[in-house]
Design a binder for this molecule. Sequence first.
Ligand code: ADP
Length: 872
Amino acid sequence: MSGKTTPMMEQYHALKQQAEGCLLFYRMGDFFELFFDDAKQAASILDIALTARGKDSGDPVPMCGVPVHAAEGYLARLIKAGCRVAIAEQVETPEQAKQRAKREGTPSSKALVKRDIVRFVTAGTLTEEALLEPRRANMLAAVCEVRGSIGIASCDISTGRMVLESCDPGNLHAALARVGASEIITPDDWAGRLEDTISRPKSDFGSDDGERRLKTLHEVKTLDGFGDFDRAMLAAAGGLISYLEHVGRGDLPLLLPPRVRAGESQLSMDEATRASLEILTSQQGGRQGSLIAAIDRCVTGAGARQLADDLSAPLCDMAAISGRLALVHYLHQDPLLRADLRDVLRLLPDIGRALGRVVAGRGSPRDLGQIRDGLAEARRVRDFLSHKPDRPVLLESLLPLMGGHGALVDLMQRALVAAPPTERQNGGFIAEGYDASLDELRQVSGNARRAIAALEARYRDDTGIASLKIKHNGVLGYFIEVPARHADTLMAPDSGFTHRQTMKGAVRFNSLSLHEEAGRISEAGGHALAAEEEHFEMLAAQVVAARQEIAATADALSRIDVSAGQAERAAEGDWCRPQISEDTVLAIVGGRHPVVEAALAQAGDRFVANDCTLVPEDRLWLIGGPNMGGKSTFLRQNALIVLLAQAGGYVPAESAQIGLVDRLFSRVGASDNLARGRSTFMVEMVETAAILSQATDRSFVILDEVGRGTSTYDGLALAWAVVEAVHENNRCRCLFATHYHELSRLADRCDALSLHHVRAREWKGDLVLLHELANGPADRSYGLAVARLAGISKQVVARAKSVLDKLEKGRAKTGGLAAGLGDLPLFAAVQADDDEPGDPVREKLSELDIDALSPREALEILYEIKRAAEST
Ligand code: ADP
């Protein structure tokens, strides 16, 4: 291969090296260009043309580009597709490059504009309005381990909220599932421990360093005022902040003082439980069909994000839950107040995200305008609410956070125009009357503009050319233009016009007067822009200084929006205020499943409400009945009611008494989890094992057809053992749905277990599912009837029926599938046996693989066993 690398390509390669695996957006004029593999990848994701440019080392260079003004949309798609992007901007003008070349003694034709990576755009570090979903937080998390404890630092940099927590390595996945980060950072020695993470140098994750950074950032001598942070949390915070510094090339985004996520005051749920309850996303992956989609009535994006946070981390603390419930109640019982309040909130701009952009140095005049309007609106909300009587405690504590910005709001109201633009460089956002010298500059350029208009009229008169125009463009500035056929008049040496450019069909001129007026405009304009820029900086600095108070205001408004939304939802669906207690009762009357109910309502069907009453003496319900009978729905609705209640909201039921749940578990037998490369049955068992080891007597567990993922005998045996273990060991409240009839025998042996079923009736040969829960065991299995219902042909069902009859006859002879199960010793007794010193002879025998023994070995072992037997 021949050929050489051009200076530009050299510069490109150097920048690409710094981009560390990100796509490199290389600024060239009005485009960001991508080269080589980056170009191929981006062209296919964005579906844009892949071209080639020149040659590098003899080969054509693949290239594609996106226009700078439309870059945000393309960035959004690349980020969605899982890419990270480094933006290399031109950091000097071509003019500056030429002068530099001259100073350095290189020919100016070779001068290459200097470029630098000014920013990394990654999924977790977005602040742009266009790239964020208004109703979803965008989380970035850093994870590390310090002496056996996992530290997690997470933040939503679009609003600056930062949370630190620590947990045991075993709970890492559950914690990360709760955070739901779109980008996770780990130290480089974690390679392979978590999937899809960004590796950063281990040295970034020092706890001393993290502590120091947090102190500097928030200008405090000690972090005690923010919370009690352990080493693992601080180390994770260190990793997070260094990464943010890295992607911002030294600039930090908005970071509010960190808060500790206190594990014990929260309802804990693991990854599988979250997925199966479809809290924020449905099993299909979208928001549609999820719990939040069915209950979210927030009128602001910030409220919706707060609600998502509440649902991801329900509380486990009586006082905190009651506080939230009292506020929902307050807004529930006064529909007029609620409607008025929601009308006001609806107008609120997203203060939190505007603040995030301003602090990150990417704020626009429009962001300042939003903060101004949002804060002014907050004061109105406060004034409105403070006239209402009997305010609940939580509201009382929120009101003071919503005022207090008087001076700042006043300043911004005077300084900014009503609707400031999103672009900062063209000015036009500082209001008239705010700065006298700015007004004067504007007047000068206004006058000069008028003078130019007058000049145009005069020149037309003087020359008699009616089509003469004074125009403006970026290259020439102001000029006089006439059609080519009139050019001679102005070309005359004594005409007072000087020729500038000949175009096809038109000729352009300058004149002394025009030059003077144009000079005035550009000078005054330049000064005016500089003045506006200065005002912007000053206003932004004031906002940055007040960031904590502004964020607190935004949070207070979100809380009010969430509560009003919950009250609204409750009113719509006739929901009730749950009674929270410290005991282990779960008594729900007329409970419903919010998602299924909404789906049925759309189809014009009615949801059948069901009761659930778990008390210490009757805490495990075994639920049978036909497939499609409503077992899963019943299980989940009760779990969701617990979750909603502990998130501090009303619940879809007539009444609900909920003894605080410490851990919530939901398992569905053999759910489709092949994507992760484990067999479904394996997954089912791993997940069930977690329950058996973690559920306490304060937990609530729903198990749906556990044991389904394997053969009948295995499955029944496992289901049997799991029920026994839950009953005897965990002693938690539990709903267990199963199609194994045989399990009903457990009712005789487990005194806190009772049998229930979903009702069905056969009517004229058709199965009617009543979706109604009743006491007692299911009378029989309805598999064939369900198959018929599902559209399996009559012939196949009839054939199945005859096979079934045969099977059942055979079973009757041997005593049935579960024959003999009743004679098993109780689970507790088995466990006691396990603790006894084992019988060596039995042990030896049970280890033997007889088929693998040679006769000689067998004889040897026989001697051994005889010896052992004689010695005991
Ligand atoms: P199972 O777990 O017993 O197979 P599901 O809970 O999956 O049954 O319910 C099957 C379907 O029956 C649901 O998709 C829903 O349409 C309907 N259904 C379930 N419970 C109810 C109910 N309580 N009222 C009305 N329809 C229900």
